[in-house]
Design a protein around this ligand. Structure first.
Ligand code: SIN
Length: 484
């Protein structure tokens, strides 16, 4: 079966304003994780097409950089307008290739669009500085300039929003862009390219190259000296490899890598708020986000009530194909993902955890994993050390605040953390003690375009969104003027 044809479904690469097949003529298959059905055959590009896109981006750089900030802003605003106008079509493409429920997909389109809107505004606010000079006959001026050609590698869990939040600040700053979306979900990126074309963003500014061999495309993006910056969202293991590959040409990098978020519930928490936050943070996108609650740490006085209430909420979740409006949670991205989640669950069960809900692959199909609650988890288990990336709430019991902080920080990751308490001084103490780039306090949903998204430790570096997000795409130039 082929995808319902509509104008936003593109299956060719978008290079220098042209829609192109792979030079080899090869295509790769994209399938719907809910049904396993093939939905599209996409041009299977490699190093040659990637080089072509990089060269187009480099050739277009002077033209794009020379536009005024106001002109770039206007084009981004038009792109944003088209994204919103086509929200339903984009959401349907996203659900068909990624699996999340349609309402969640529509939420992602609005979320991705909000970064385009935000950076359309920020384009106009890339200010320089005048610095007091060391002598009266000198002036020190600092200007900010676009980094140059930016390459992005984006994941399948948010195929629209992760690309939008990298491309928007890059284009706003005056950079040109080559995108390599995940091979599981190329259609959302190609649809964004189609809308960038309709918005009038000039050929060569925004390019998309898709392919089944990520390593080959990644090599070209990281080794080609014309690329001045790589921005990546994905696993810590792949991020380290890409970072290493970028060293030979000393590229700037932004790395948004894995997480292992603690979600701490203190005895003095508002239980209703904590349950709502845990459900939103844990089961969003079937647990496939880098900032999902991974280790749910619950103080002994509230522990049993929390687990019972969580169980009530989890048993209400409807799992199924994302196209069914009654569904709250879709499949995982592929069978292998479900197997990996199951291995983590089986490890916990073998070491003494209890499955209060779920605990296995669903009868709905090999990509569906039952929403699961594990209680009695301990730091000896894989679910304490590893990113679960599935709908599994692993609950750990603790007694004291110091113990909670110690457990929470006991990870090489440092992306997001959450905690629930109504005690004002504890809010400051714990908030400051957590070694994470993002901290949700009495709040389970922390992502928005106004805020700086990013991690510390092995969760990466760089920030996306907010007024800080543009910094990763600009260079600072200091000009010293003498003889004044
Ligand atoms: C991610 O999972 O990497 C991004 C999640 C978000 O933006 O909320």
């Amino acid at each position: 079966m082929t995808l319902t044809p509509h104008s936003l479904t593109r299956t060719q690469a978008y290079i220098n304003g042209q829609w192109l097949d792979a030079q080899s003529g090869l295509k790769f298959n994209v399938s719907n994780p809910a049904s396993g059905e093939s939905i599209a055959q996409v041009a299977d590009c490699g190093a040659e097409e990637t080089r072509q896109a990089i060269e187009a981006a480099e050739a277009t750089l002077p033209v794009w950089r020379a536009k005024t900030a106001q002109e770039r802003s206007e084009l981004l605003r038009r792109w944003h307008g088209l994204v919103l106008q086509h929200k339903d079509a984009l959401a349907s493409i996203l659900t068909s290739e990624q699996g999340k429920p349609l309402s969640e997909a529509a939420g992602e389109i609005a979320y991705g669009g909000s970064y385009i809107q935000w950076f359309a505004e920020e384009a106009k606010r890339i200010y320089g500085d005048m610095i007091p000079p060391p002598a009266n006959d000198k002036r020190i001026v600092v200007i900010k300039q676009a980094v140059g050609v930016v390459a992005s590698i984006t994941p399948w869990n948010f195929p629209n929003a992760m690309l939008a939040r990298k491309a928007a600040p890059a284009l706003a700053a005056g950079c040109t862009f080559v995108a390599k979306p995940a091979h599981e979900t190329p259609l959302s990126a190609l649809a964004l390219a189609a809308l960038s074309e309709e918005a009038g963003i000039p050929p060569g500014v925004f390019n998309v190259v898709c392919g089944s061999n990520s390593a080959v495309i990644g090599q070209e993006l990281t080794k080609n000296p014309l690329v001045r910056k790589l921005t990546f969202t994905g696993s810590t293991a792949v991020g380290k490899l890409l970072q290493e590959q970028c060293t030979a040409t000393v590229k700037k990098t932004s790395m948004e890598l894995g997480g292992n978020a603690p979600f701490i519930v203190f005895d003095d928490a508002d239980l209703n708020a904590a349950i709502a936050g845990a459900m939103a943070s844990k089961y969003r996108n079937a647990g496939q986000t880098c900032i999902c609650a991974n280790r749910i740490l619950v103080q002994s006085g509230i522990h049993d009530r929390f687990v019972e209430r969580l169980h009530t909420e989890v048993s209400r979740l409807q799992m199924g194909a994302g196209t069914d409006p009654a569904v709250d949670m879709g499949p995982l991205i592929h069978k292998q993902a479900a197997k990996e989640v199951d291995a983590i669950v089986q490890d916990a069960l073998s070491l003494g955890a209890q499955a209060n809900a779920g605990g296995k692959v669903s009868e709905l199909g090999p990509c569906f994993y039952e929403p699961t609650i594990l209680s009695g988890c301990t730091p000896a288990m894989r679910c304490f050390r590893e990113e679960i990336f599935g709908p599994v709430a692993a609950v750990f019991k603790f007694d004291t605040e110091a113990e909670a902080i110690e457990l929470a920080n006991n990870t090489e990751y440092g992306l997001a953390a959450y905690f629930y308490t109504l005690d004002h001084s504890r809010i400051w103490r714990v908030g400051e003690a957590l070694e994470f780039g993002i901290v949700g306090i009495n709040e389970g949903l922390v992502s928005n375009a106004m805020a700086p998204f990013g991690g510390v430790k092995q969760s990466g570096h760089g920030r996306e969104g907010s007024r800080y997000g543009i910094d990763d795409y600009i260079e600072i130039k200091y000009m010293c003027m003498g003889g004044i």
